[in-house]
Design a protein around this ligand. Structure first.
Ligand code: ADP
Ligand code: MG
Length: 258
């Protein structure tokens, strides 16, 4: 078979295999192989590597879109000097995603504006960048979705969506007291993920001692905390709101009352 026929067949086969990126870079890969006198196996490696890289990038973009992350925040964009309460070494360890691979949870606790959501989003983005599926919901949205799903008898579907993600971020636990059915749904979410060995990142303005205020009964609060804390890293952030402090430093915000 002539080289020209083989070439046409390769193009056709790449197309039928839906290897768009490999097809698009075929000429460049072959040319480079010839110029650099590469072995056939090196040429193949180059071609398949390009296809996989494109697919991975596409998956990352899709996962990002589906993640529900409201505004991207990164660890690079986090000012550790401004928040000495946040242990940089602990955050850097979390950024390795070892916790995710080991199914451990992360809890960011502290008052409003200290960077809890920022850090939670940054970890979720790290996970997405590495090809994982992350799902971000505020407690308010979780409750709204659960209620809408319950009305359509699709609560199990909603539960599956949340359970399937490699990482689930539950933002703003504690701003809103939960009703019994909503609290029960949250318990199911936490239990299902716990049993599946999958991580949850929680942000809350309430300390553990105050969690019974969020839940309609303390048994449920204890049961949820039990599962969340079994394998968990807690980052307690005290201190002042990042924005307020900046505004105050700029001379346009209120001074804190003592
Ligand atoms: P919380 O969830 O604790 O209420 P956020 O994470 O929403 O607070 O932070 C409020 C705003 O301040 C966000 O825009 C966040 O990006 C920013 N922010 C908070 N802490 C820091 C920090 N240490 N460095 C950079 N930005 C910060
Ligand atoms: Mg927040």
């Amino acid at each position: 078979m002539s080289a020209a026929v083989s070439y046409e067949r390769v193009r056709d086969q790449l197309q039928r295999l839906k290897m768009e990126s490999a097809l698009a870079s075929l000429d460049a890969v072959l040319e480079r192989g010839q110029k650099e006198e590469r072995l056939p196996v090196e040429v193949l490696d180059d071609l398949l590597g390009r296809e996989l890289a494109t697919r991975f990038e596409r998956r990352v973009q899709t996962n990002l879109k589906l993640s529900g992350i409201p505004a991207p925040k990164t660890l690079d964009g986090f000012d550790f000097d401004a928040q000495p309460q946040v242990p940089k070494d602990v955050i850097e360890e979390l950024a390795t995603l070892r916790f995710l691979h080991q199914g451990e949870n992360v809890l960011f606790l502290g008052p409003c504006g200290v960077g809890k959501s920022h850090l939670a989003i940054a970890l979720a983005l790290k996970a997405i960048e590495r090809g994982h599926r992350a799902y971000f919901l505020s407690l308010h949205d979780l409750v709204a979705r659960a209620r809408a799903a319950r009305e359509k008898n699709r609560l199990d579907v909603q539960l599956r969506v949340i359970t399937r993600a490699d990482l689930f971020v539950l933002d703003e636990l504690g701003y809103l007291p939960l009703e019994q059915t909503d609290a029960t749904f949250l318990f199911e979410v936490v239990s299902k993920r716990y049993e599946a060995g999958k991580s949850i990142v929680v942000t809350s303005n309430k300390s553990y001692g105050q969690w019974h205020e969020i839940f309609p009964d303390s048994t449920l609060a204890v049961a949820i905390l039990d599962r969340l804390l079994h394998h968990a890293t807690t980052v307690n952030i005290r201190g002042e709101s990042y924005r307020l402090r900046h505004r105050r430093q700029a001379g346009t915000g209120p001074t804190p009352t003592t």
